[in-house]
Ligand binder design. Structure first.
Ligand code: DQA
Length: 150
């Protein structure tokens, strides 16, 4: 069976994981999270390509580019989740199956975090499980992609 290729996108401020508000986001660094996902991916015949950017346009460019090679997208858009119609339009535009993830449970936080522009164009959202949200999101995305291929 063909190896699945996934684009993993981390949005603004996620490069600070480990030092950034650890009571909310946990102690794991972004590199450690990426390593955990790479481990699961290599055990499950999945190829994960990762990009972190603090720039909305760079994230949009990566989404556009992904239509040439990726089977799906896993994204933690950080605060752009709540502000970026452009990111939402990029995901809708490339029409790649996309899963939204968040470390924290945004629904239980400030009201400005309650709305997601990404959720309506995503297959689903996983949030509130710390770094495990990424793993659960990746597993859900891969399960959906494999069902499509069956
Ligand atoms: C976040 C939640 C967002 O509201 C916040 O702006 C982030 C991180 C999360 O993973 O919990 O940067 O996406």
């Amino acid at each position: 069976m063909k190896k699945l290729s996934i684009l993993l996108l981390h949005g603004p401020n996620l490069n600070l994981l480990g030092v950034r508000e650890p009571a909310i986001y946990g102690a794991m660094t972004l590199r450690q999270i990426d390593e955990e996902l790479q481990r699961w991916a290599s055990e499950n015949n999945v190829d994960v390509t990762t990009l972190q950017s603090n720039h909305e346009g760079a994230l949009i460019d990566a989404i556009h580019e992904a239509r040439h090679w990726a089977d799906g997208i896993l994204i933690n858009a950080g605060a752009y989740t709540h502000t970026s119609i452009a990111l939402r339009d990029a995901i809708a535009g490339v029409a790649l199956p996309t899963v939204e993830v968040h470390l924290s449970n945004t629904a239980a936080r400030e009201s400005f975090r309650h709305h997601s522009h990404i959720a309506p164009v995503a297959l689903g959202t996983v949030q509130g499980f710390g770094w495990h949200s990424y793993l659960l999101g990746l597993q859900g995305l891969v399960a959906r992609l494999m069902n499509e291929k069956r």
